[in-house]
Design a protein around this ligand. Sequence first.
Ligand code: DMJ
Length: 544
Amino acid sequence: MPARPHYRQRILRLRKILHSASTSRSFVFLTTTNIFVIVVLLAFVLSSVRTRLRRAPVAQLSSSSPILIKSIKDDKYVFNKRQQDVRHVTRATYTAYLNACRGRDEFDPVTNHCHDWFNIGLTTLDSLDTLLLMKLEKEYSISREWAASDLSFHKMTKKVSGFELIIRALAGMTSAYALTEDTLWRDKTVELAELLLPWFNVTKTGCIPAEIRIGQSLKDITHDLNDVVTSPADTGSMQLELRSISQLTGDPRFADAVDRCMETMLASLPDEHTVPVTFNADTAQYSGSRETIGGRVDSFYEMMLKTWIAFGKRGNDTYLKTAFQSGVTRIYDRLVGTNDAGLVFIGERNSLGTLSKTMDHLVCFFPGLLAVASMHGLGGGLNGTAQSDYLPRARALMRSCYQMTLGTEYGLAGEISSFADAQPRAREGHDNSYLRPEIVESLFYLNLIDPQAGSTYKDWGWDMWQRMRNASQAPGKTDGVWCSWSHILDQDQMVAGGKLHSFVIAETFKYFFLLFDDRDLSQAPLPPNEWIFNTEAHPVRIVA
Ligand code: DMJ
């Protein structure tokens, strides 16, 4: 740092004096003024060093940081034909987004309309690691350039979902940093995490409210407390992400905040049922008699297990493992049914206690999660054969989820499928396809983890992909640009379009691409014994 101009002359004078002091005994010439100048200079230097330490690297990497040192370019593996097709579709869809809506959150591939809810180019932040894994270098570097020059979190002027911001944007950037070690992503990650942190201090439990305003001063934040009514998924699924920031920076505040919330949430869980759908972040009370592991609850279960695994299954985290295991027991006691064809489903129990004969697309993350749990020794481990063991349960659910895609000609499962008949089919009124990831996500895990997998799950995935490939093409667009669909039960009624959710590239395409990889568990990129994917498919390295 250059000395301020008005100090220059004094410094020169001091130099002269010190020089003559070294050659003669003229040290006595150090006058009071000069001593004063030295003190001021020292104070100035010290304070600027302190300011630097305060501003900078929160981002100093702790020595145990689980950073992947891997140049994706050096990876010699050649993508096979199936992967190349997924890559082609990803490139086409992402390019259509860039052309129509670069810098905007999401887009409709049919109309080219842009949608904003965060105002931070969400699709870009959510897609980074997919682009890297697929070596879509041009698309990645356009995205990086945009982020370096235009990404500003202060453009988030409206209330936004803290959960979605964390699982998609924050985690997207953290993973991009883990894969590239590009400090742009580290700095942006830390900047956003700092803006999020005050929101863990506004409720009585220390849990983040459902909706937050980024960049608002803490004084104003307290006016938004009607957002304390939230859901277990929204509030209790960010431990992995925030702990990772502490791992990255060596600063424990992020982990402390989210751990405190999670401990409260688990300590207040009601005994008899599965996790209720509503959580009050002020009173720590759960409410709602509907029972489900679909929306509002899903990732709460997922993150108990994944956080326990990601941070080395340490003793202090045993509460997460135990909560997950008793959650699985409750789910099987309360929500599991079998249809006439013997297909197992996880339905919903309503306030009268009746179990629906349905399964949500969102629920199909669960077979994959059970497989991960068994790989880490839970529920009978990889050799479990008992009915209540996790891997046999995962296989049975996986079959049902795959069957949900066979209910229409197109390989598209609806938001909710009915299991009232032998063949599950999208339920009327819920027969929309947003190209969600959960079924292929579970296929990806089962394929790598299940010792009995053979080619079954890959074959199912390929069958799904081909049928989706025929059905999902956006009308009038370049080959490979996919879009959402509604009314998928009836070919004549099907309507293309609506916003393409950022999770399609972040998750659906990524999981297909990884499922089709020919390498086995020991060689696989991002194998599930070394990496944990957050609920939006962003990889986090497991701490050994
Ligand atoms: C994703 O944003 C995440 O997987 C989330 O946990 C729930 N659902 C969507 C995709 O369906």
